[in-house]
Design a protein around this ligand. Structure first.
Ligand code: BTN
Length: 320
């Protein structure tokens, strides 16, 4: 009911408890209780004896009703599970993805204000304090499992676009999944999947963006290489707008991917690449390969030209 009350509060400057009760077919006491609930969530609502309730300000929380208001996607984010705190949105998303038959549809979103055990790639911890954006999207693509790296690359393009729209900042993609601003990491992507030989059961795309967080809140060893959008832009960023923009971009690129038109996504990825043209070292399960990053192929693999001229195709690895 809070969602409906909010809708009415947004429509008019003032609305009386009586009118709200009538519209929702509940008692005035029930309306009052919901108003208290909204206040507890951080909505500032004043009340005037004659005029009724007035919505003064909204909290900077990633509440489903805030994200969904004005969200123009067809299915990404149509269902949102919101948590003030949880261990990891990817963990919850993976549990939910198993319940597809019970109505966990493609595009379902898990979002949290804070993660107590956020997961990074290669079993690393992902520090996720309040002020960031930590979310996971459940997908059931009818694509071959080999598409997994393309999904990660496409997510990175959507994130760069959303960051640009909301902050004007040009960020760059470090293959395969880091978004950088001034050489420092602002966003990471963790794509997980369950698949059989040639079919995907589910994919969970987890993305973490350091939005309005303070670098000094991060563990000391990663402070140096970390940045937030607030720090880079010099002001707080509207997280709801950022999430909405990201979801819209994500759906757009995911649709392109499903049409198997990855080459157009790849073209954009290359425009934002931080990696191509650089001499790098890549860790592939403990083995280090050195060379120049010359290309990303149609499968999303990095093409490395070794010093002896040999070209190596790397599907999964970490630039060190
Ligand atoms: C990385 O760069 O190592 C990937 C980081 C991915 C972090 C996000 S935050 C939301 C989602 N839930 C998690 O536990 N991890 C991903």
């Amino acid at each position: 009911m809070t969602g409906e009350i909010l809708k009415f509060l947004r429509e008019k400057e003032y609305i009386s408890g009586e009118v709200l009760a009538c519209k929702l077919n509940v008692s005035r006491v029930a309306v009052w209780k919901q108003i208290q609930k909204l206040k507890d969530m951080g909505y500032k609502i004043t009340s005037d004896q004659n005029l009724g309730y007035c919505l003064v300000s909204r909290p900077d929380l990633l509440l489903p009703q805030e994200i969904q208001k004005g969200l123009s996607t067809n299915y990404i984010g149509k269902e949102i599970y919101y948590f003030p705190e949880l261990k990891s949105t990817n963990i919850i998303a993976k549990e939910k993805a198993l319940h597809r038959a019970e109505g966990i549809d493609e595009g379902t979103l898990i979002i949290a204000e804070r993660q107590s055990a956020g997961k990074g790639r290669l079993g690393r911890e992902w520090f996720s304090p309040v002020g960031g954006t930590w979310l996971s999207i459940i997908l059931y693509p009818q694509l071959s499992p080999s598409y997994i790296s393309r999904i990660t690359l496409m997510t990175a393009v959507a994130a760069v676009k959303a960051i640009k729209v909301c902050t004007q900042i040009e960020s760059q993609i470090k293959w395969p999944n880091d978004i950088l601003i001034n050489e420092k990491k602002v966003c990471g992507i963790l794509t997980e999947m369950s698949a059989e030989l040639d079919i995907i059961n589910w994919v969970v795309v987890g993305i973490g963006i350091n939005v309005n967080v303070d670098r000094r809140d991060f563990p000391e060893d990663i402070q140096e290489n970390t940045i937030s959008l607030k720090e880079a832009s010099g002001k707080e960023v509207l997280r709801v707008k950022l999430v909405q923009t990201f979801l819209q971009e994500f759906e757009k690129y995911y649709e392109i991917l499903k049409r198997r038109e990855f080459s157009s996504v790849l073209k954009e990825w290359k425009l934002y690449s931080h990696t191509l043209g650089k001499k790098i070292r890549v860790d592939i399960g403990g083995r280090i390969i050195k060379g120049e990053a010359v290309d990303i192929n149609e499968e999303g693999a990095l093409i490395l030209k070794k010093e002896d001229g040999e070209l190596v195709e790397i599907i999964s690895g970490t630039i060190v």
